[in-house]
Design a protein around this ligand. Structure first.
Ligand SMILES: Cc1cc2nc3c(=O)[nH]c(=O)nc-3n(C[C@H](O)[C@H](O)[C@H](O)COP(=O)(O)O)c2cc1C
Length: 226
């Protein structure tokens, strides 16, 4: 298929139809990171073989299955986090909440490998239960993982981490589960844009028997404001 536009236009006279090869890499990156939103942020802490702790945000990050549970994140190019994981294959996915937005952003700086972001950002490193990487004490929840696989395609390095252990602070727990408003996670948009949760809705799952009985859309469960 031919591209609808050779570069990102200022205004659109028709819809965009483009692939990664149609635009410069940076232009397609901007398109995709503005499209797949909001993204959660894994604030990934690792440790080097020589014992220097590292923490940096990765928003190419998500849970990848639950039986067994995995998380994945991707490094564009080889960064300190990836180098550390090749030496010590354990990491902590620290959950980023709104009270830690600025600290999280600060740790994305180009700190040299022999400098720990923990110290520069005033964060407290506390031991994990299962691995050598330290947790960020200030985070309200921690997901401890061991690296199972690193998939590399050119500059994209996808780290698959098997979840070994999770810690959740009591302050975000309500009525038998994590309360999203109490957790107040940072949602990443594109560039330097972030958001927090807005209104929350519940929608029941559809049941085939009911869909078949009503012959369609009447069986579509309604969204109910929580
Ligand atoms: C919110 C946020 C999300 C980011 N997500 C990613 C990502 O998914 N992949 C990536 O390679 N870099 C990402 N970065 C940039 C890295 O955090 C940055 O390059 C950092 O210096 C890497 O640290 P390290 O060398 O200690 O691993 C992100 C930055 C910010 C502020």
């Amino acid at each position: 298929m031919t591209a609808s536009h050779n570069t990102p236009p200022h205004t659109l006279d028709c819809d965009i139809e483009v692939g990664p090869k149609d635009w410069q890499a940076q232009q397609f990156y901007h398109l995709m990171t503005a499209l797949v939103i909001p993204r959660p942020i894994g604030w990934i802490s690792t440790i080097s073989a020589s014992g220097i702790s590292n923490v940096a945000p990765y928003s190419y990050f998500n849970m990848m299955g639950n039986d067994p549970p995995y998380v994945a994140f991707a490094s564009t190019g080889v960064k300190d986090t990836l180098n550390n994981l090749r030496e010590v294959p354990h990491f902590v996915g620290n959950i980023v909440t709104m009270d830690l937005l600025e600290e999280m952003n600060f740790t994305s700086g180009d700190f040299p490998r022999d400098e720990s972001e923990f110290g520069w950002a005033g964060l407290t490193a506390v031991p994990s239960v299962t691995g050598k990487a330290f947790r960020v004490l200030e985070a309200k929840a921690h997901i401890e993982c061991e690296v199972k696989q690193i998939i590399t395609d050119n500059n994209t390095n996808i780290v698959l981490g098997k979840i070994l252990h999770t810690h959740v602070q009591k302050s975000v727990w309500k009525e038998g589960r994590i309360d999203p408003q109490l957790l107040n996670p940072v949602c990443r948009l594109s560039g330097s844009g972030y958001a927090q949760l807005g209104e929350i809705f519940n929608v029941a799952r559809p049941v085939w028997k009911e869909v078949k009985q009503t012959q369609g859309k009447q069986a579509m469960p309604k969204a109910v404001k929580r």
